[in-house]
Design a protein around this ligand. Sequence first.
Ligand SMILES: [Fe+2]
Ligand SMILES: [Fe+2]
Length: 466
Amino acid sequence: MEMELNKTDYFTEEWIAKWRSSIRKSDDYKKRAREWNAPILLKFDPVPEQLKEKGKNGIFLDLQYGECHALHLGDQNDEVKSDIILTADEETWIRLIKEKKDPTMMIMKGKLKLEKGSLVLLSTHRAAAKSLLETAPLAETVGLLKPRDVEVNEQTSFWKMVKNRVSQNAKKETPVSISKNTTPVTRQHRGFVSTGKGLDFDSFPMQLFQKAKIYGIWNPATIDFTEDKKQWEGLSDEEKEILIHLSALFMAGEEAVTLDLLPLIMTLAKEGRIEEEIFLTSFLWEEAKHTEFFSRFINGVLSEKPDFERFHKHFYRILFYEKLPRDLSRLEQDSSPLAQLKASGTYNMIVEGTLAETGYAAYYKMLEENDLLPGLREGITKLKQDESRHIAFGLYLINRLLVENPEYKTDFENHLEELLNDATNVIHEIFEPYDIVPFGLDKEWFLDYAIKQFQHRMNKLNLNQS
Ligand SMILES: [Fe+2]
Ligand SMILES: [Fe+2]
């Protein structure tokens, strides 16, 4: 009912004029879109009647370096002119405008269709795309609603309801802090699963644990780096540089995930989720081996220890030095479902599921295709198998939490949105120092790969009803 109320007020000439002027006045948009140079068509499918009558099918925006050169109702000619065409039904467009959604995230969730153009291009400029939509006027600010209309009352109560929901969510998000005056409580067990209802061997975590005991048994100490050392001497300085670069990111990354996992294990243990904790014992053990593995590779192959930390640039530090430990250590004070969702989102979806997976693809492209460094390849193959179980557990945990607490979907999505932005910036940052990237690596390919990894994982989450 509420959606119906506003429908006719959007996408009118008056609404479009208002948007045009709002873009031109927005300093935020000018700043975020200063490198954006792509005309875009926001297309309707199906086309609403009022546009169909005019022979129009969407809204065309000619955007160049922070300036809006044109914004008008678009048609088939504009489709040809557009570098990007995004398609959705009218309700979705209204929702996107009202709720200030991130278009890139909406594409990944399958709510928006990228009919023309590159997802990499859009994701590179996602801050600009979001800021653009933020300038779009809400229907009630266009001045079309009549003050004494009965509909206005309904409209008002609708917004009250939305606000209430937001404030309720805000309350729920407040971390549960432990008062310093509280007497420490000694934890007690009221019973045990093993001696009570029995371990659930059919549960997903227990199935993963069975796999971990078969595929996770490998020893970094027995991997032979003799051939790697011989081949290393034959590599060019540029090739060595990028391999050390990538390894410097993995060495610290594996150490970070080893150091930061414990609060999650402790949280699930406190909840008595024995099957999940059992699997997580293998998870932590494997991360520890991954940390060992990269150090063994470096010690076995390089004769001198390089300055690894010069490769830890701004966004890498934001993610691995700040946000990963922040989101996991938050659980020590706040073990709420939302805090768990954020922890797993950062750890499993972004660090493991997006960045690490993209890193393996980089190793694969450099080494497998050139038949290089067999010891490093052997370890990475094992490590990748381990990681697939870790990510699978993360998706299971997130889905469980979302099914039990569907009200956190939006907060969780917003969290992922922020972190995905950091992750794609890490990829930009990796390629920055290279004029010509050794082994023919291509930044666009990797960005595309990272986004697809993330999208693939998003599709497995219960987010579609939101
Ligand atoms: Fe790992
Ligand atoms: Fe992992």
